[in-house]
Ligand binder design. Structure first.
Ligand SMILES: C[S@@+](CC[C@H](N)C(=O)[O-])C[C@H]1O[C@@H](n2cnc3c(N)ncnc32)[C@H](O)[C@@H]1O
Length: 316
């Protein structure tokens, strides 16, 4: 008899022989397993519980789906695996250049909270540039992919699974900067959620911290229809990304991949001045909006806006 079983039954001398053997059988059930036994296959029941969905499901009327929580089920495994085809890391790195690094360095920022990590593009770029990055996302599926991408780029991501609306419950400490990039803020459908998320971002920043938040040029999409130079952000030329429905409360995009697979995202079309107003009302004192990485006014018809919002009144 192994010593741990003997020790466990040592107080049982008053038991009958059959009681004794039943007790040993009971204890055997809880004994430590050998590595081989521990690697037993996962049952189907467990698999369904823990392995995420692979198909998006918007129900019978997809354009009715306008809830903030939708993002969690939109980034299903099949889509996440293809996301990097859509954004093409090397093209994106070329088109963005040093923009974010320069904005952060010019303000002497060192610790960065990437609240919309996605598959990790900006977390990896900033880690490589020497910033202290913490990577957050509300989609566990995205974070897993980001961590894997980090390993491939020889960096280890510090990841935290958290929703922006409760950010400071999951993330401790204050940061020099927060980035919310890749048109992510558009996932919030309810104005209260937008205000809550911005208040959480504001609270997670040091007294002179900055928030860098970007968005599609929805004004143009709403007022003139969709056109994209496809030069920034979603640079993969193999993927067609276009809106299939647009109104003041919804921009539903469809992404068609080279293998014919299709995925969608339902997003709230943020007007530029509305986002700026929300940032100001959240407490940010200075807001500088760039168009496609150019100074305001230099790019008249950008695909994307990048807002740099500062807590302090200081210099720009
Ligand atoms: C469009 S992806 C962009 C990812 C990445 N920043 C990029 O540029 O490739 C948006 C990301 O924001 C995350 N997200 C959306 N709403 C969120 C929320 N309320 N809380 C936390 N993460 C959220 C999604 O899970 C997704 O990974």
């Amino acid at each position: 008899m192994p010593r741990w079983v003997a020790n466990a039954v040592s107080g049982c001398y008053r038991l009958t022989r059959s009681q004794h053997s039943r007790r040993i059988q009971f204890l055997e059930k809880g004994r430590p397993r050998s590595p081989v036994e521990r690697e037993a296959p996962i049952s189907d029941a467990t698999r369904t519980l823990f392995v995420p969905k692979t198909k998006q499901d918007y129900g019978d009327n997809p354009i009715d789906v306008r809830e903030t929580d939708t993002y969690v089920t939109e980034y299903v495994r099949g889509f996440v695996e293809k996301w990097d085809e859509l954004i093409d890391w090397s093209q994106r790195a070329k088109s963005e250049g040093r923009f974010f690094i320069d904005v952060l360095k010019a303000r002497n920022k060192k610790s960065v909270l990437d609240v919309a990590t996605g598959t990790g593009f900006h977390s990896v770029q900033l880690l490589k540039a020497g910033f202290d990055v913490t990577s957050v996302d509300g989609s566990a599926e995205m974070l897993a992919k980001a961590f894997e991408n980090g390993c491939q780029h020889h960096v280890v991501l510090k990841t935290t699974h958290a929703d922006w609306r409760w950010l400071n419950k999951g993330v401790k400490g204050k940061f020099d900067a927060i980035i919310c990039l890749g048109n992510s803020f558009t996932h919030l459908f309810d104005e209260n959620d937008r205000r809550r998320a911005l208040a959480e971002f504001y609270a997670a920043l040091k007294h002179d911290g900055i928030l860098i938040l970007d968005q599609r040029n929805y004004d143009r999409i709403l007022d003139e229809g969709f056109a994209s130079k496809h030069k920034y952000y979603y640079c993969g030329d193999q993927v067609v990304a276009e809106p299939v429905h647009v109104d003041e409360g919804l921009a539903r995009f469809e992404y068609v991949f080279p293998d014919g697979s299709r995925h969608n995202l339902n997003m709230f079309p943020l007007r530029k001045n509305y986002t700026r107003k929300l940032l100001r009302q959240a407490g940010f004192q200075q807001i500088h909006s760039y168009g496609d990485f150019q100074e305001e006014g230099e790019e008249t018809d950008p695909d994307f806006f990048i807002h740099v919002a500062e807590k302090s009144y200081g210099t720009n």
